[in-house]
Design a protein around this ligand. Structure first.
Ligand code: NAP
Length: 304
């Protein structure tokens, strides 16, 4: 029988596409989320705050893909929102651990989302972050450190755990790209801050292929960066989007202090960047389909 995979947070950008690709490959897929959904796969409900989960969610499941987490860039970072960003990840990971520890199940593999934000922001564009690099000390790196710590508990149960440290995901359906494209189409798109901050990006389909490899490849354990080999600057990204959309780029760069005034502390996400290594996932045998930004953008904007 085909592997049966339970995906948490599956209604989001990554989970929706990953579900399509897993179904195409013949996997059995079920979703675990905050609300029961009607659709082409079974849907189960959990309440992360209360620490409860549908009793049947793990029936027949041999792999869990854990994607759940409140959107980092969805709302202004009030103290309450910051707590939600953290706890939606730590408490959901702990709920999975407690359930796997205390209930009967046949789960052998957990593949969890993580983020390259764990490294903090590179002050110097020549420093390349590998999976062994030191963690940063800012709010987001602390969130990811605590998230991974909760996920790592699951290894003590004899379950294989792989953590996919995701970079900036490029998709026409969500994340950073549609917003950048929208401002460029309106003629107000421009580099942000200095424009020299490095963006370590990945096409959504390559990211989903990494998740599928981590499900299938029993030798994958621990952390893997999921970014293409070629980080580019914020200015290069803005120019490439304008080129693919056939729009001129004339607006001046948006100064960092203006962004901070508009979105507050959250501006750190776009004003800073880091150069992240893809060597480990490539050594594991993964081949990227999209390593060139322009062809990734053409695929997203022109072929669908
Ligand atoms: N996209 C990126 O560029 C990127 C980069 C680095 C890391 N990541 C990480 O990868 C994971 C998947 O990314 P994504 O882009 O698919 O995220 P997304 O579109 O924001 O989806 C995340 C899903 O998590 C669930 N969720 C949201 N708030 C929650 C809460 N308070 N408590 C519990 N669950 C909650 C929701 O699913 P339900 O409504 O079904 O419960 C939501 O659809 C996320 O954890 C994200 O942080 C993404």
């Amino acid at each position: 029988m085909a592997t049966s995979i339970l995906i948490t947070g599956a209604s989001g950008l990554v989970g929706s596409r990953l579900t399509e690709l897993l179904l195409q490959k013949g996997y059995g897929v079920a979703h675990l989320g905050r609300e029961k959904k009607s659709g082409n796969v079974p849907s189960f409900v959990w309440d992360v705050k209360k620490g409860t989960m549908d009793a049947k969610a793990l029936e027949g499941v041999d792999t869990i893909i854990h994607l759940a987490g409140a959107g980092v860039a969805d709302k202004r970072w009030t103290p309450e929102r910051k707590r939600e960003i953290l706890e939606s990840r730590t408490k959901s990971s702990d709920l999975l651990y407690q359930t796997l520890k205390n209930k009967k199940h046949s789960v052998k593999t957990v593949v969890s989302a993580s983020a390259i934000g764990i490294y903090g922001f590179g002050l110097d564009n020549t420093v390349v972050m590998t999976e062994d690099s030191k963690h940063g000390g800012d709010y987001l790196s602390n969130v990811v450190v605590e998230w991974e710590r909760e996920v790592d508990q699951i290894t003590s149960l004899g379950i294989r755990v792989a953590k996919i440290r995701i970079g900036i995901v490029l998709s026409e359906k969500g994340g950073a790209l549609p917003e950048m494209a929208r401002t460029i189409k309106l003629g107000i798109g421009s580099p942000l801050g200095t424009g020299t901050q490095l963006l370590s990006w990945i096409h959504l389909d390559d990211l989903c292929a990494i998740f599928i490899k981590a499900v299938e490849d029993g030798s994958m354990t621990g952390a893997y960066n999921a970014v293409t080999p070629h980080a580019i600057t914020n200015r290069e990204m803005t120019k490439a989007i304008a080129k693919v959309l056939h729009r001129p780029l004339w607006a001046p760069a948006v100064p960092g202090f203006v962004l901070k005034l508009v979105v507050g502390e959250m501006a750190a996400i776009v004003l800073n960047g880091s150069k992240v290594s893809s060597s480990k996932i490539e050594r594991a045998g993964f081949q990227f389909k999209f390593t060139d930004l322009e062809s990734a953008l053409r695929d997203l904007f022109e072929k669908r």
